[in-house]
Design a protein around this ligand. Structure first.
Ligand code: UDP
Length: 381
């Protein structure tokens, strides 16, 4: 009998398991895939020593010193600061939207003091933007929306931006300066050995069953767990009783090239609808300090697609939000089951928020603050 059986070895499951084990509980982790780490799983490509994030690039960033200290207790991080370029209409612009792409787009020399009034002159007054398109136009105006957001968003989500929740676009800052680091967060970097060693450390000495689909022997796992922690897709847990939630997936096309450097930056977005991929990742640029074997680089083209067996991004259309409410009600009726993480909560979480959520759940459950021995408190998150 286990105090906890944790379903899924991504960040929610791994942090949860690590912390309850530390608190003296008996815990087992089961994982459907043949590896730990969820979609953060990474490996070193043997020919080049380039660290590859199998399920798309994960850049660690957080506004929270607590979470930064927490993750740094499992790995050293490099000094990487995320910068992104986008190719639109045959030209290259820095992202997120800041003075450089604005001035470049309009062939102007606006200053920080002038740009807000300029953008407002391009922006129809919308009192409360109801969807991604309205929100984006209210922030940057129609021209910049059409140049940098519309095509990318249609490709990324496979639907009309007017059907998408407004919050999705607020992930991207809009700046009146030339500051072009992608995230506003004070703390960011890449784990020096990739993400997988973090999970190995978190799950050290915890029994783990890989290639084990919880739903195949659901009754058995329930029978050996006082409390179940489920981090898989919420609709799948309930056998799609209220219908399927819409997820967007990604197909990756990996190409190895006999070059030192293909695109000069880790991420190049492609804003135009006609280009079939959303972005090209060149992962060696995440690790400038690393000894890569030369000559050789790897590029990964990302093609968003619908593949229900590989859920990545919760789409969150109106119908999904209604279905989710039903599943959330069903969740609240389940006894001795904790649901958490991007898949189980159908929430566009970043890694730091998932870690924070896991720590909070441990604290609520055990009544002990898992950060206490680090002399910092998770309840400040
Ligand atoms: N987005 C866009 N153009 C870009 C980059 C992002 O329109 O060049 C929009 C798009 O709708 C995307 C959202 O902003 O889904 C969030 O982008 P982010 O870079 O946070 O996506 P992630 O890294 O999670 O894939």
């Amino acid at each position: 009998m286990y105090d906890f059986v944790v379903v899924g070895a991504g960040f929610l499951g791994a942090v949860f398991a690590h912390e309850v084990k530390k608190a003296g509980k008996k815990v087992l982790v089961i994982e459907k895939r043949d590896h730990i780490g969820g979609n953060c799983y990474s490996y070193d490509n043997p020919g080049t020593n380039i660290n590859i994030h199998k399920y798309g690039p994960h850049i660690f960033h957080t506004p929270s010193k607590n979470i930064w200290d927490y993750i740094n207790s499992f790995a050293d991080f490099n000094q990487y600061q995320h910068r992104v370029l986008t190719t639109a209409g045959g030209k290259i612009y820095p992202l997120p939207i800041n003075l450089a792409p604005i001035n470049q787009s309009y062939n102007l020399t606006l200053t920080p003091g002038e740009v807000r009034a300029f953008l407002e002159s391009k922006t129809p007054a919308v009192s409360s933007p109801k969807n991604l398109e309205e929100k984006a136009i209210s922030l940057i105006g129609k021209d910049l929306y059409e140049a940098f957001v519309k095509g990318y968003t249609i490709k990324q989500w496979g639907c009309d931006p007017r059907d998408l929740p407004a919050e999705v676009i607020t992930r991207l800052p809009v700046r009146t300066s030339y500051y072009d680091v992608y995230y506003n967060d004070d703390y960011q970097g890449m784990p020096v050995g990739g993400y997988t060693p973090i999970f190995e450390k978190m799950l050290k000495d915890i029994p783990l069953e890989l290639k084990t689909d919880f739903l195949v022997k659901r009754d058995y796992w329930r029978s050996v767990a006082r409390t179940l922690v489920y981090t898989g897709p919420i609709d799948r847990y309930f056998n799609y009783h209220y219908g399927k939630l819409r997820w967007r997936s990604v197909r990756f096309e990996i190409e190895k090239m006999p070059l030192e450097d293909y695109q000069g930056i880790s991420v190049m977005n492609y804003a135009d609808h006609e280009v079939p991929y959303t972005r090209i990742i060149e992962p060696k640029h995440f690790y400038r300090e690393r000894a890569h074997l030369s000559p050789g680089t790897i590029v990964i083209r990302e093609y968003p697609c619908d593949d229900p067996s590989e859920p990545y991004y919760p789409v969150g259309l109106e119908a999904d939000r209604e279905t989710l409410a039903k599943y959330q009600h069903a969740q609240s009726q389940e006894k001795d089951v904790i649901f958490g993480g991007r898949l189980a909560e159908y929430k566009y979480y970043d890694m730091d928020k998932v870690i924070s959520r896991a720590l909070q759940q441990v604290e609520e459950l055990l009544g002990v603050d898992p950060m206490a021995d680090r002399s910092i408190s998770v309840s400040q998150e």
